[in-house]
Design a protein around this ligand. Structure first.
Ligand code: PHE
Length: 459
C-alpha cells in the first residue's frame, strides 16, 4: 500500500463546506432528471412513499456508515477497507464502488451533456411556442444524433476533471457552497408556476396519492435503487468524501441534513414536473426525456420564461457537475493513493478512461444502437445495473462491514467523536445496520430480480 506521508492530506475547510460538498454530490440529475421519470414509470404516489421509507430507514444509516469508514481511515474507497480489514476480501467492496463509478459517470455525463444542449437552447430561445409533440421530437432527434451529444458530453467530462484536478478545498468545496441554495430557489419558483397551471391537480394527485395496486417487486427495487442513487451511497463516494471530513464534525447530523436536503429537492422537482405533465397531456411514463420535454413547456407559459429557462439549465448543469466531481473523485483518490500516481496524473487517467465508456454510452442512444442486450441499450443497461444492483449491493456490504466486522466500540467512538457528545441514536443505528438494512436490502433485491415473488413481477 502506497501512502504519501510527506504532504498533509487535503480536506474540507469548514462545516458548511462539508455539507455543501456532500449535498452537492447527492443533489443532481438524480433528483431532477431521474426521480421524476422513474417515479412516473413506477406509479407515482406509491413509489414516492416507498422511496421516502428507504431514505429514512436505509439511506441515512448507509450514508453514516460510509462517513464512519471514510473519516476513521482517511483513505479512498479501496484503501479504507485495506486499512481496517487487511488481508481480507473486504477491499473488493471498494473495487465494486470503483466499477460503479465508471458505469455511473459514463451515462451521467451523457445526460449532463443534454443539460448543456438545453442550456444552449435556452440561451438561443429555442423552446419558443413549441408543442409537446415537437419538443418530444426534437429531444429524440438530438439524443440519437451521435456527434452533438458526444461533443457536450466531453465538454462536461473536461469540466469535471478540471475541478477534481484542482483538489478539495480550492476545487470541490469552493464551487458547491454558493450554487446549491440558488438551485433550491429556482425549483420552488418553477413548482409554483407548475401547480398554478390549469389541470395541475391531477399531477399532484399522481405524485402524492399512493395507489397501492401499483406496487410490485420491480417498483420496490426501483425505489431502493433510486434512493441509493440519489443519496450517492453504496459505492464509496461518501467514504471518499468522509475521508476529508474533520474530526470535530458530527457525522450523524451531517448524514441527516444531506439526506433531508436531497429528498426535499427530489420532491420539489416532482411538484414542478407532474402538474405540468398532466396539464400538457404528456404521459408520466414518457421515460428519460420527461424533464427535457416538460420543463420547456412550463418556461414557455411563464412570465420571464426566457430568463428562468436560462438560469434553470445553468443551475442544473452545475448540480450535475457537483455530482460528477464526486464520482470522479472516487477513482482519482483510489489511483493517487493506492497506486501512488500523483493527483493530477490520476485525474487525467481516470477521466479519460471513463470517457471512453462514456462515448460508447452516448452513441448507444442512436448510431450504435447495436450496443444493446435484451432490449436495453448500453446507456439503459449501465443505468439499471449501477443503480439497481451495484449500489444496493455495495450498501449491503458497507452496513455488514460496519455492523459486524468493526467493533461496536469503534463505531460508537467514531459517531460520537470519541465520546465528545452522546449520539443518543447509536443503538437504533446499530440495530439498523446489523439487522434491518441488510435484511431489507437482500429481500428487495431477490424479490425485485424475480428470485421469489411477493408482489408479482410487475412486468
Ligand atoms: N446522487 C447523484 C444525483 O442524484 C448521483 C450520484 C450517484 C453521485 C452515485 C455519486 C454517486 O444526481
Amino acid at each position: 500500500m502506497a501512502i504519501n506521508l510527506n504532504t498533509p492530506r487535503d480536506s474540507f475547510s469548514s462545516r458548511l463546506g462539508v455539507i455543501a460538498a456532500a449535498a452537492g454530490s447527492a443533489i443532481g440529475l438524480g433528483n431532477i432528471w431521474r426521480f421524476p421519470y422513474v417515479a412516473g414509470e413506477n406509479g407515482g404516489g406509491a413509489f414516492l412513499l416507498i422511496y421516502i421509507g428507504f431514505i429514512v430507514l436505509i439511506g441515512v444509516p448507509v450514508m453514516l456508515s460510509e462517513f464512519v469508514i471514510g473519516r476513521n481511515t482517511q483513505r479512498n474507497a479501496v484503501g479504507a477497507f485495506r486499512k481496517l480489514a487487511p488481508k481480507s476480501l473486504w477491499p473488493l467492496t471498494g473495487f465494486l464502488g470503483i466499477s460503479a463509478a465508471f458505469f455511473i459517470l459514463a451515462f451521467y455525463t451523457t445526460v449532463s451533456g443534454w443539460t448543456l444542449e438545453y442550456l444552449y437552447l435556452a440561451i438561443s430561445d429555442g423552446f419558443k411556442a413549441q408543442s409537446a409533440e415537437s419538443l418530444t421530437q426534437n429531444f429524440e432527434l438530438f439524443r440519437t444524433s451521435g456527434l452533438r451529444p458526444l461533443m457536450w458530453q466531453n465538454i462536461f467530462m473536461f469540466l469535471t476533471a478540471f475541478i477534481v484536478y484542482k483538489g478539495i478545498k480550492n476545487g470541490i468545496e469552493k464551487y458547491t457552497k454558493i450554487l446549491m441554495p440558488l438551485l433550491l430557489v429556482i425549483i420552488i419558483i418553477l413548482g409554483i408556476r407548475s401547480v398554478t397551471l390549469p389541470g395541475a391537480a391531477e399531477g399532484l394527485t399522481f405524485l402524492f396519492k399512493p395507489d397501492f395496486t401499483k406496487i410490485t417487486g420491480k417498483v420496490i427495487l426501483e425505489a431502493l435503487g433510486q434512493s441509493f442513487f440519489s443519496l450517492s451511497i453504496g459505492m464509496g463516494t461518501l467514504i471518499t468524501y468522509g475521508s476529508y471530513i474533520g474530526k470535530g464534525e458530527n457525522l450523524g447530523k451531517t448524514a441527516l441534513s444531506v439526506s433531508a436536503a436531497d429528498t426535499l429537492i427530489a420532491i420539489l422537482a416532482g411538484v414542478a414536473i407532474f402538474p405540468a405533465v398532466f396539464a400538457f397531456g404528456i404521459a408520466p411514463e414518457a421515460g428519460a426525456g420527461l424533464v427535457f420535454i416538460t420543463l420547456p413547456m412550463i418556461f414557455d407559459q411563464m412570465a420571464g420564461g426566457y430568463f428562468f429557462a436560462l438560469i434553470f439549465f445553468l443551475l442544473l448543469s452545475i448540480a450535475a457537475l457537483t455530482s460528477t466531481i464526486s464520482v470522479l473523485e472516487v477513482v482519482t483518490a483510489y489511483l493517487s493513493e493506492e497506486l501512488n500516481l500523483g493527483r493530477k496524473k490520476a485525474t487525467v487517467i481516470a477521466a479519460s478512461s471513463i470517457a471512453v465508456l462514456g462515448v460508447a454510452c452516448t452513441m448507444s442512444q442512436g448510431p450504435w444502437a447495436i450496443l444493446s442486450v435484451g432490449g436495453y441499450n448500453l446507456f439503459d443497461l449501465l443505468e439499471m445495473v449501477s443503480a439497481n444492483i451495484m449500489l444496493p449491493l455495495g450498501g449491503l456490504l458497507i452496513v455488514l462491514f460496519v455492523g459486524w466486522y468493526l467493533t461496536k466500540d469503534a463505531v460508537f467512538a467514531e459517531i460520537s467523536n470519541q465520546g465528545k457528545f452522546k449520539a443518543g441514536f447509536k443503538f437504533a443505528y446499530l440495530f439498523i445496520i446489523r439487522f434491518l438494512a441488510p435484511i431489507a436490502i437482500a429481500f428487495v433485491f431477490l424479490n425485485g430480480l424475480g428470485f421469489f415473488s411477493i408482489f408479482g413481477s410487475g412486468n
